[in-house]
Design a protein around this ligand. Sequence first.
Ligand code: FE2
Length: 356
Amino acid sequence: MATKKPTAERVMEGIQDIIFDGEENKQKAEKIVQGIQEIKPKAEKVVKGIQENKQKAEKVVQGIQDKITSDSEDKPRALKVRQGIQEIMTGSREMMFNVDFDESKFELVKVNVKIKKLDPVFDGYTIVNITDIHLGQWLSPKIFEGVVDYINALNPDMITLTGDYVSYILDKYEKPLEHGFKRLEAKDVKLAVLGNHDHWLGEKKIREILKNSDIIDVSNDVYTLKRNSENGEKILNIAGVDSYMLGKDNLNQVMERLPKEGPAIILVHEPDFASKSSKTNRFALQISGHSHGGQFIIPGTGTTIFRGSYSTKYPVGKYKVGNMLQYTSKGLGTNVFWMRINCKPEITLFTLKSEH
Ligand SMILES: [Fe+2]
């Protein structure tokens, strides 16, 4: 009895029969098949090597993050040290780089979001989101002013801010932060939630700056936008929760305050809150920051291996979580290491689409 040939071989023979006509072409095809077979084991070795090295690299990165960069859940005990590092880094940056705003160094990410039950009166509605300004740490007040001008030129309907406005120093940056915030222009409204750093540095002061800048704080609250249409008044809800990392989130309160009608969007500093918010089945979109996109995007992948706490699941870009779209911005600033590799600071422009 003849031995049965391997499936792949029989398939290739079939392809040869169909495509190649004549002995000469058949021989060429056989050579190609042989070449593929020879390359395959080598390719498998390369893939295995990459996987092994990736695991090692991830362990090293985790170790570095645990020891140096990651934010602990409590107020950092080494605040003074971090303040010192911030000042040294800022000083050296200002010596090394031109500190004027340069549009080409930023990325405008356009995200179209189809929203269930969104009334056509909101079709094409634009929201500009910025997050993780970390003013004074890499992003200077002067550059921030340029960012504000850039956003205003986009003429957005709404501006949302998803926390971490400062890093480890507040006093020096209160005025420039408020100055920039005041100058932000949205046709309808400016909304914000707080991040972990805002709590560490002074929640009260940050909320005061937001208030003085005509920005509505939606931490554990809801803002309802109203528009008149031919069929009466239509609404769109923008909710927010306070810092999830610091346990300041109160989703129950948000759900109590959220109107039963009208679609809803939620602002949360930490992206991994999406696992909770999506379970309510009430939000079409969650907008977050916190991760800085890991400050390093692996070329060709759009993702990162640098995943800090509360951004391990959804570190950068778009994710479908249940019926909700999670969007994590790469943010504007940096942590104490003010390097960004293949990961430009981001301004996000959302355009809402109704189903009609
Ligand atoms: Fe954060």
